[in-house]
Design a protein around this ligand. Structure first.
Ligand SMILES: Cc1cc2nc3c(=O)[nH]c(=O)nc-3n(C[C@H](O)[C@H](O)[C@H](O)COP(=O)(O)O)c2cc1C
Length: 463
């Protein structure tokens, strides 16, 4: 079911990915993936473009394939909270969202670090709470690879409840407003947090007062039914993977709205921002040429060999990416999804059969098959065409905006800000100035869930 939201505006975040197969890191126009100058430039452009947020994912272990570090995954990414804290000091409006997992952190520590970012940025912090899609990451931690899927979400749920209790422990008016007051923090203004759950025993005094937006905005990324219910119970924003096909995005959004209603929340209580990529050029021929160039840059020979190797279940790095697909059949032993979820549970021999047929029909090399069979994510067109499309998505309720991954950093965001944003503004579908200063304000979110008065869970609780 589509919605009719004629005045809805598009929200933009920028998703800085680090090195993976979204980024053409090897192009001469690419900057360093870890120099502060790169982050400074890209966040400066996003703020000039009146974006809601600068968003960072997180990986606590490099992925491996057949014992070798995988070319496809994030490398060289500094810790998100450290990076965002540095960026807080050189920006004044844009939100700063850190992905931090609930499986390998502890709530007392993480709630404090996120609250620190929120206070230092004066109410601009966000937390993308993820459970991490593999237990294998646990090998980098004291407890080893533990917790299956259901338990990870059980822990995540308790984690968020505990974090909220810590953030809510200081009363709104805890800090004395007058210097004549005897105490900096009012007496009894800080409640002790004592919680005992199946995963946590917490007994602590919160060390930080509330920020201007209450506490960090909660994002969620995870797509299973349990993950979606977790979002409906806890999140302010969902970072979804449904940002390519309109009908699929709408189905996802309708599903989330139903889950929100079931959870007793207004159905517009969560904003949905899928990850996306946007390719812009002046006319159809240039768009096609640029799309091809982007995909060629993203799918280098080693990247294509890694992707196809995930299906074949073996190291193909000595093969010719511009040659044919391997003549032998894939190794049928299941590749652990912990080391590169690519097959999506499909039988590799079946995939190989389909790919061979495709290669034969279109006369494709291994690399070309990898390009052809990887789902396109995002939009391509002239700035006007893409502006029309994004406006439609938001106004018909498929999303509330997009978390854009530039394929070149730091310069790749420039054309979005210089070409696409003005087109959206002309359509009345994008802000022309920041009207709020907190991330919660930019996103048009209600006050934090735990701060809402009982009985005010309908839309009258807005504000
Ligand atoms: C769009 C999207 C982005 C994600 N980003 C991260 C990430 O940056 N770091 C991480 O550890 N997990 C990330 N995840 C994985 C989730 O944390 C989650 O563990 C995984 O999707 C399994 O949960 P699910 O079965 O509910 O999808 C992401 C998932 C999605 C759907």
């Amino acid at each position: 079911m589509t919605l009719h939201r004629p005045d809805a505006q598009v929200h933009f975040g920028v998703f800085f990915q680090g090195v993976n197969h979204t980024t053409i890191w090897s192009d001469p126009a690419s900057g360093s993936q870890i120099d502060f100058e790169t982050f400074r430039r890209i966040i400066g452009t996003a703020e000039r473009g009146l974006f809601d947020a600068f968003f960072l994912g997180e990986g606590l272990r490099l992925r491996e394939q057949e014992g070798k570090i995988l070319d496809l995954d994030i490398a060289g990414r500094p810790d998100a909270i450290a990076q965002l804290s540095a960026l807080a000091g050189i920006t004044s409006n844009i939100g700063l969202v850190a992905t931090q997992n609930t499986t390998y952190n502890e709530p007392g520590d993480l709630a404090r670090r996120l609250a620190g970012l929120d206070i230092l940025s004066d109410g601009r912090a966000g937390w993308n709470a993820v459970t991490t899609d593999n237990a294998w990451t646990g090998e980098n931690f004291r407890r080893g690879g533990f917790l299956d899927h259901e338990l990870r979400y059980e822990r995540a749920d308790q984690f968020i409840r505990t974090a909220r209790a810590i953030w809510d422990a200081w009363a709104d008016d805890a800090i004395a407003t007058s210097r004549d007051s005897e105490f900096w923090a009012e007496k009894d203004a800080v409640q002790r947090v004592s919680l005992s759950t199946s995963q946590f025993d917490v007994d602590l005094d919160s060390t930080l007062p509330r920020s201007r937006q209450g506490h960090p905005v909660i994002f969620q990324a995870g797509d299973s039914p349990t993950g979606r219910d977790f979002a409906a119970a806890n999140a302010d924003v969902i970072f979804s993977r449904h940002g390519t096909d309109f009908d699929e995005a709408l189905t996802f959004a309708n599903d989330i709205r139903a889950r929100l209603r079931a959870a007793g929340r207004p159905e517009d209580d969560i904003k949905i921002l899928p990850g996306t990529q946007i390719v812009l050029a002046e006319n159809a021929a240039e768009v096609e040429e640029k799309e091809r160039w982007v995909r060629d840059g993203q799918f280098t020979g080693p990247t294509a060999l890694s992707l196809v190797g995930l299906v074949w279940g073996k190291d193909l790095s000595d093969r010719d990416p511009d040659g044919p697909l391997p003549s032998e059949d894939p190794v049928v032993a299941p590749i652990s999804s912990t080391r590169g979820a690519f097959r999506d549970g499909k039988d590799p021999v079946e995939i190989a059969k389909e790919w061979r047929a495709l290669a034969e029909a279109k006369n494709l090399s291994l690399r070309e098959v990898a390009i052809e069979t990887t789902v396109r994510s995002g939009f391509a067109g002239t700035p006007g065409q893409v502006a029309d499309e994004l406006t439609k998505w938001v106004r018909e309720g498929a999303t509330d905006g997009f978390n854009i991954s530039p394929y070149i950093v730091p310069g790749g965001l420039d054309e979005i800000v210089d070409w696409l944003v003005p087109e959206l503004q002309e359509r009345g579908a994008y802000r022309t100035e920041y009207t709020e200063t907190t991330l919660r304000g930019h996103l048009g979110l209600r006050e934090p869930l735990t701060r809402r008065k009982t009985g005010e869970t309908d839309s009258s609780a807005a504000g």
